[in-house]
Design a protein around this ligand. Structure first.
Ligand code: UDP
Length: 251
């Protein structure tokens, strides 16, 4: 198993704090820029209970997560599972929050990395870019592309990302499409890291709301998403299944 990771139902999840995750990624971006040659980009995934459960039945997703450079514990369920299995895990590193932390430090002189927003419905990435520019003055979002395309469009998308000069790619195609897309295309991408960010651009654009802070603190964010997006109710069933699978793995 990789250093600083614990095994949750076969998925290697990092035991980093938010700050450690952010700094590790920032270092990778910096190395890419300083070497003048961006290659071997990192694939970063944010694993919540639903993703881990999906990986147990989706071989392709499980393979991506096992070859990923960093899988952070996105969600209270993942942290609970780590503790239940007897591991140390300091805190959850939610994908949305990790992206905000990275965008916040992006314009800083010692960082200065450029970001590309890829995914979500037409217009969403552009609205998320406008939001990022108002929240984090000086941030360089060097490209936006919606996430609805055919295979024939893919070479053009790769070209667009490469020509943008981005260091970091945020890929919002949903799980597991984004992870599988990244694994397939990373070797051709001249970037330093990519993160599968799910609904993050939607939340930034304001098309989907995040749970109120008290619900996030009460670890009820999953319930809020289920109520707000009834199409997700079926997906919520992954949670009790996850709890049972973790209890079983423990014994
Ligand atoms: N999406 C996309 N292309 C697709 C399917 C989905 O860009 O072919 C986008 C969708 O618009 C949404 C995101 O992927 O912005 C998925 O968000 P969700 O909250 O479902 O993320 P998940 O829970 O799967 O991480």
């Amino acid at each position: 198993m990789k250093k600083n990771t614990v095994d949750i139902l076969g998925v290697p999840v990092a035991t980093y704090t938010m700050r450690e995750a952010r700094d590790t990624i920032a270092r990778q971006l910096k190395e890419g820029r300083e070497s003048g040659e961006k290659k071997n980009p990192w694939l970063i995934a944010t694993a919540n209970a639903e993703m881990i459960m999906m990986a147990t039945v989706n071989r392709a997703l499980m393979d991506v997560l096992n070859s990923a450079d960093l899988v952070v514990p996105d969600g209270a369920g993942t942290v609970w599972a780590a503790h239940e299995l007897g591991y140390e895990m300091p805190e959850r590193v939610a994908g949305y929050d990790l992206v905000q932390e990275l965008l916040k430090i992006a314009p800083e002189e010692e960082n200065g990395f450029k970001v590309f927003f890829f995914g979500s419905a037409p217009g969403v990435a552009d609205a998320a870019k406008a939001k990022a520019e108002s929240l984090y003055p000086g941030v360089q979002v060097v490209g936006c592309r919606n996430g609805f395309f055919t295979e024939a469009d893919e070479p053009e998308i790769v070209k667009e990302i490469n020509e943008s000069g981005a260091d970091l790619l945020l890929c919002a195609l949903g799980v597991p499409k984004q992870e599988i897309w990244l694994q397939k295309h990373l070797p051709q991408l001249k970037i330093s890291a990519a993160i599968g960010v799910g609904g993050t651009l939607d939340v930034m654009a304001g098309t989907v709301k995040r749970a109120p802070l008290w619900m996030q603190k009460a670890k009820l964010e999953w319930a809020y998403r289920g109520i707000l997006q009834p199409s997700r109710i079926g997906r919520l069933m992954a949670l009790p299944k996850f709890v049972l699978a973790v209890k079983k793995a423990k014994h």
